[in-house]
Ligand binder design. Structure first.
Ligand SMILES: [Zn+2]
Ligand SMILES: [Zn+2]
Length: 503
């Protein structure tokens, strides 16, 4: 059902048929003033196509589009010099795909936890070096930085994450992870690339290869970073602290992609403005005065006080935050006491907070401090036993996709996969420390787009039956490697090539 490249040639690039089609589509009037330029663009496209056709396997599926739209779109793209570019890109990707899929399966079978991405980083550094980049390792933990300088022009940062999660894989795939590792507390835990960071790495290396092989088509500098510890939202900060923006070329723009578990492969998703939330991880130490369980009047019960705190915190989002301004306060962990008849002397709570706006984030934290202190006061807790609220390092700002850059990225994606394969995705309350690269004093514009991972028929079937597909972080999350990586490499390369296009 997809037109093949030879058909595509015939429809879009043969001069005679060009004339014919131009008349048939009734677009003559519209295109007449540009005819000279169009013919120039066509020549350019045909020449580029000729060179490419020597390299490529005989047929490459193209996006199905209505014939008239196809003609007009491709004529305009040819005029812009974009068409041969996209085809060339597809041909490189197709040829490089088997080795990228092999890389993906290897990474998938050998995942490493956050801050332990040692072998993963070594592999990524080697692949970047083999692709011709100048590579530095151990930039903030296991961070990897590859630089590709190619003349004057802007600096574009491309980021992949490296780490996996303590999840026991249950996909049943032949290359499923069976790894058991020790976590930071010394516990044995299973580990799995359940967030698709292995897909990101394969797309990232594919992009490095394309950019390196097609240096004649762009000008500027690409800084490609392998970031550790995304799952603990620590790695971006580690790399920045290690001098990412001072030791290496300072980026003018930064791009990343992330798998989406309910989007068909071949499609991408994008959202401008707030795309992901502020994440704050808080710990509250609720102190008490220990006593015998039968003599509560001799102590100060921290279990009762902590319970009151948990209930009172629920009023922040419902009563203090403006309706329509998204916010979440979740108490995910409550630990205290050892025995039924002992009033303990402390309880520990762990919370996750989510929001978009910086002022909402500050409000949530300030309210939590106020409520915990006031309730401790009400319980008659002495001044030296007030609760302690700590905002931990596992916190990150919201991901704001800079509208202007996001528009540019969307245009590239639409030109590559077709507008009907670019979904406008909803923002989520998930967190992503890619956001950190945009809030330094350099104020680097950011854009993270989404990559479809599932067979289209699986997505359609789930939708028809009202089923939910396994989400990211699920032990059943199973991206389709070939098609996902192919689109990921093409999309990321095309976005970067267009941002650095020679004028
Ligand atoms: Zn994740
Ligand atoms: Zn992730």
């Amino acid at each position: 059902m997809f037109p093949r490249i030879e058909q595509f040639d015939a429809v879009c690039f043969e001069k005679i048929q060009f004339d014919q089609k131009l008349n048939n589509t009734g677009t003559e009037d519209f295109l007449q003033p540009f005819e000279g330029q169009l013919r120039q663009g066509m020549k350019h496209a045909i020449a580029g196509k000729q060179a490419v056709s020597n390299l490529i396997s005989s047929t490459i599926p193209m996006r199905p589009q209505p014939p008239n739209l196809c003609l007009v779109t491709h004529l305009i793209l040819a005029l812009l010099g974009v068409q041969s570019f996209a085809e060339d890109l597809q041909s490189i990707t197709v040829r490089g795909l088997p080795s990228l899929v092999a890389l993906y399966k290897d990474l998938h079978a050998n995942p490493e936890l956050s801050l332990h991405e040692e072998q993963t980083a070594v592999r990524i550094a080697k692949e970047l070096r083999d692709a011709g980049l100048e590579v530095s390792e151990k930039v903030g933990g296991h961070g990897v930085v590859g630089v590709l300088k190619n003349g004057a022009g802007p600096v574009i940062l491309v980021r992949t994450d490296l780490d996996a999660l303590p999840v026991k894989e249950q996909t049943g795939l032949p290359y499923a992870s069976t790894r058991i590792v020790k976590d930071d507390l010394g516990r044995e835990v299973p580990v799995m690339h359940a967030c698709g960071h292995d897909i990101h790495m394969a797309c990232f290396i594919g992009t490095a290869r394309v950019l390196s092989q097609r240096r004649d088509q762009w000008s500027g500098t690409v800084v490609m970073i392998g970031q550790p510890a995304e799952e603990r939202i620590l790695g971006a900060r580690l790399m920045l602290r290690a001098g990412l923006f001072s030791r290496f070329p300072k980026p003018d723009k930064a791009i990343a992609l992330h798998c989406q578990s309910d989007l068909a492969h071949g499609s991408v998703g994008i959202r401008d403005g707030y795309a992901m939330a502020n994440v704050d991880t808080l710990e509250i130490l609720v102190r008490g005065v220990g006593a015998h369980g039968s003599m509560p009047h001799l102590g100060k019960d921290p279990i009762l006080l902590a319970s009151q705190i948990v209930v009172a915190l629920q009023s922040i989002v419902s009563r203090e935050v403006k309706p329509g301004d998204p916010a979440v306060v979740t108490v995910g962990s409550f630990h205290g006491g050892t025995k039924a008849n002992i009033i303990p002397d402390e309880v520990r709570l762990q919370l996750t907070l989510r929001s978009y706006k910086a002022e909402t984030r500050e409000h949530l934290i300030a309210s939590i401090k106020r409520i915990t202190r006031s309730l401790a006061d009400a319980a008659g807790m002495p001044a030296d036993k007030m609760p302690e609220v700590t905002v931990t390092e596992e916190s990150t700002p919201s991901l704001y996709n800079t509208p202007e850059l996001t528009r540019e990225v969307r245009q590239s994606l639409e030109a590559l996969v077709g507008a009907d394969h670019v979904a406008s995705v909803d923002p989520t309350m998930g967190g992503e420390d890619f956001a950190e690269f945009g809030i330094t004093k350099e104020k680097v514009p950011l854009c993270m787009f989404r990559l479809g991972t599932q067979p289209p028929e699986v997505v359609a079937d789930a939708k028809a039956k009202g089923l939910t597909l396994p989400s990211l972080h699920s032990p059943f999350f199973k991206p389709e490697p070939e098609a996902t990586i192919k689109t990921g490499v093409e999309a990321m390369s095309f976005v970067v090539l267009n941002l650095l296009k020679k004028h």
